[in-house]
Design a binder for this molecule. Sequence first.
Ligand SMILES: Cc1cc2nc3c(=O)[nH]c(=O)nc-3n(C[C@H](O)[C@H](O)[C@H](O)COP(=O)(O)O)c2cc1C
Length: 378
Amino acid sequence: MKEVPTPIHVMRMMHRYIADAYRELSLKEKGVLQFCLTEGSEKINCYFTANGDELTFTEGISDTYNVRLDCSLANWLALADNRLNPVIGVLFRRLKFTGDVSYFKKIIPKDLYAVDLTSVSDKVTAFEVAPSKEWEKPRKVLLLDSSPRGTKGYTKLYCDNMVSFLQEKDVEVNHIMLSQYNIQPCLGCLQCWLKTDGECILKDDVKDLYKLYEESDLIIYAFPLYAYGVPGMLKNFMDRGVIKQYPYFEKGTSQIRHPRRVHANKAFVVFSICGFPSFHQYDAVKPFFKLYSHSSHSPLIAEIYRPGGIFLLQNPFNYLKLKKFMEALRSATHEIIDLGRIQPKTQKRLNSKLDERAFLKSTNKYWDNLYKNKNADY
Ligand SMILES: Cc1cc2nc3c(=O)[nH]c(=O)nc-3n(C[C@H](O)[C@H](O)[C@H](O)COP(=O)(O)O)c2cc1C
């Protein structure tokens, strides 16, 4: 069971960092560093012994020491972290050294965290920052249709149209229905990071799906909106993407993220339909995919949201609107392939609003019919 560290645990943890640095830097110095620290009314006495090969930790007060530090735990942490200058610390009586002060410097390096990450580094790419400037026509597109209703879903109907639009541009399209695959939820064990070099311990279809993902240049996440987010099976698939990353951390474009195991220019597109007629239904999904884009190092080059996606198909009065939407979807798909983005005028056509009054009246009628006919298939 995990516990909040006590002051002596903190000192043990500090020791581990310093002992690693002592070994890695082959410091070879010998002697004893004595700590007599306070945290509130608690006294923390412990010492580090350097024997030329390693640095050991002992609780209590040593009979002999090279240098002893008396101060609060907070001041010692500030000193170790280079936030407190030792001269200022002594002058302002925040630190009291007894013995050979220079010995501290010999044992404790200035930067305890100097880790060489060059082998796993995954720097921000020009493609990620300005994908349409660096754009090359994608060869392979992976369309992940994530409707739990699979072939019965309206999502598939829209996806089928997108597939034919994509094929008009001579790209290879792999239309995958996630509902037909076994995708178990991530257990968070991180064996893939720490033990198996990117292999998940769960034996299901995710490995094969990520193989298809790696082989594709453009990914289209298509899904019906569920509770203002992506359906669980898509979220499970995305969570399992942890296998593609290293456990390290590195600065990305806007914040810190993990480096990937496989570096490749890969962009993605989001396509979704939902039941309600308002674009506000997507207020949570938009920032979610922006963050996902950053963490997956893949630029999000286009977002197509179709609120009232069922209403548009089911209500005969929407026929012309539906036709216009499909034409806009066709233009958008072609622009994505040619330019790596959707032109503003096309985006405007895609984002045409639906009439809320008509929606309320006709949708209630539609659902009332289904509700009363218990065998209805929607
Ligand atoms: C569990 C569940 C949650 C849903 N949540 C939302 C929602 O938050 N907003 C919305 O507009 N529609 C919501 N819907 C409606 C679906 O988006 C709509 O049924 C879907 O787009 C139909 O696609 P499909 O035929 O591929 O399943 C939800 C539907 C289900 C089953």
